[in-house]
Ligand binder design. Structure first.
Ligand code: HEM
Length: 192
């Protein structure tokens, strides 16, 4: 049973790669340059759809994580407060939710409202600059989320087989570097 739940937990983690692909998609959008306003509306509809789906994935990963803790410890949940790897995973989950809510309820509706009010085919420069500012903030949110997901993965692997502090710090720094590269470059070759 434990391993079956673990498989579901890991499948959910695979589905949490959304911030990585969002960074790819938004970097491709910026390369595309100015376009018909409908292109941007369609693009925003896709982004909003992904953000909405993410809620289900995040709650599933949490519930499956709790189930794993319960199954492993004879339905005692004390390790949620005492095991540092789990504490960091819980903090990563909360951080993802906070960033996600800021983007979904704060940034995304403002971008869509700006695009919704437009007449004609092209976006006027003053609206473009406001949309771009909001998109940059959203991109920063995606990069932060991606980093938190990577941290949670690094901690997940260590729950049963802990690594030394040096390796953990090195892996976390690599995760930071990777999230930064994905933010800056859109990682054309997958990793760089
Ligand atoms: C925030 C998003 C999360 C990600 C990306 C994540 C990632 C992972 C990964 C990749 C594993 C597999 C480790 C392995 O193969 O040994 C794992 C295992 C596990 N996770 Fe998560 N996790 C997350 C959230 C949580 C939460 C919130 C909890 C607890 C409430 C949790 C509890 C566990 C447990 C108990 C295991 C099993 C470890 C083992 O059997 O060795 N996870 N997680």
């Amino acid at each position: 049973m434990y391993q079956v739940v673990l498989i579901f937990h890991i499948v959910n983690v695979v589905l949490m790669a959304a911030p990585y692909y969002n960074l790819v998609v938004v970097s491709e959008r910026s390369k595309f340059g100015p376009a018909h306003v409908q292109v941007d509306r369609y693009f925003e509809q896709i982004v909003r759809g992904i953000l909405f789906r993410c809620y289900f994935i995040q709650w599933s990963v949490l519930l499956l994580g709790l189930l794993l803790v319960g199954l492993h410890n004879n339905w005692s949940f004390q390790s949620l407060l005492t095991q540092w790897q789990l504490l960091i995973k819980e903090a990563a989950w909360v951080a993802i939710m906070v960033v996600h809510n800021l983007v979904y309820f704060g940034i995304q509706p403002r971008i869509e409202a700006l695009l919704r009010g437009l007449q004609g085919e092209s976006i006027p420069p003053e609206i473009t600059s406001r949309v771009t500012t909001l998109r940059i903030r959203r991109k920063q949110g995606a990069a932060a989320c991606f980093f938190f997901v990577l941290v949670a993965v690094i901690m997940g692997v260590q729950i049963s087989r802990p690594l030394g502090p040096g390796t953990t710090v090195a892996l976390t720094l690599l995760a930071l570097l990777f999230a930064w590269r994905a933010y800056r470059s859109g990682v054309q070759y997958g990793w760089v």
